[in-house]
Design a protein around this ligand. Structure first.
Ligand code: ADP
Length: 228
């Protein structure tokens, strides 16, 4: 397996008027093609911050994020955005569906950000419907997000994360807002779809049982990542 993502000596702190919170203090990680990695740690340890830094949503103060050897924060902003929308998929704890778009449009959203989308509308629609089928929601394509339960909204978010066939899915407590049964179903779908398609998965969780289902578990502690 070749290395897909590398985080090298990542530093990130938040500066407040009177204090500085040091969150990442030289964190290193590598993720290989198709690997599933859980990041665990106490609340406030910096797990979400790490995921945002890896996902090019929040620039580190020091250190590099390389995907396929490409230094993402060295890219011009527009190329970084293109890279993010074509090669990364995101799943958040609170779904983040757009309330004014229906389910199908929400799933198609990452494709809309791509160049040449207008020419590719029919193919994108087919792919979005296939993904909705894969998460068991094909018959809800024209529903609005508020008409769905939390678990159903998260299934839409999973389909959306996979829309552009990303190499890496970054998931931040994807079952954190759900009851155990529904959360378990979401995890099954997430693991099955990422493994089936060979996507790497980096998942933040505070649940050790969930973490143990990943190929590797990393503990974020004192701003560093340790093999768990
Ligand atoms: P975790 O996901 O492990 O719970 P976070 O990455 O959300 O941790 O937060 C790590 C630390 O950074 C916490 O102490 C949090 O309060 C602080 N923090 C996170 N985001 C900000 C921000 N935008 N401004 C100031 N402090 C922040």
């Amino acid at each position: 397996m070749s290395i897909l993502i590398q985080g090298e000596k990542l530093f990130k702190s938040y500066r407040m008027p009177t204090t500085v919170v040091h969150v990442l203090c030289g964190a290193d990680l590598t993720v290989s093609d198709g690997q599933t990695v859980a990041v665990v740690g106490k609340s406030g340890a910096g797990k979400s911050t790490l995921l945002h830094v890896l996902g090019t949503l929040d620039r580190p103060e020091k250190g590099r994020v390389l995907i396929d050897g490409q230094d993402l924060y060295a890219l011009p902003a527009r190329m970084r955005t293109r890279f993010r929308s074509s090669r990364l998929g995101f799943v958040f704890q609170s779904y983040h569906l757009l309330p004014e778009m229906d389910v199908l449009e929400n799933v198609m959203l990452p494709a809309m950000a791509r160049r040449g989308f207008l020419l590719a509308v029919p193919a994108s629609r087919r792919r979005a419907l296939d993904l909705l089928g894969a998460v068991g929601l094909k018959d809800r394509a024209d529903h609005m997000p508020f008409e769905l339960s939390g678990g159903e909204q998260q299934r839409v978010a999973l389909a959306r994360a996979l829309m552009n066939d990303p190499e890496i899915v970054l998931a931040d407590e994807p079952t954190g807002n759900l009851d155990m049964t529904t959360g378990g179903q979401i995890l099954e779908i997430l693991f099955e779809l990422t493994r089936q398609r060979g996507h790497a998965l980096v998942m933040v969780t505070h649940n050790e049982e969930i973490a143990s289902r990943c190929d590797r578990v990393l503990l974020l502690k004192d701003g560093l990542l340790l093999d768990g």
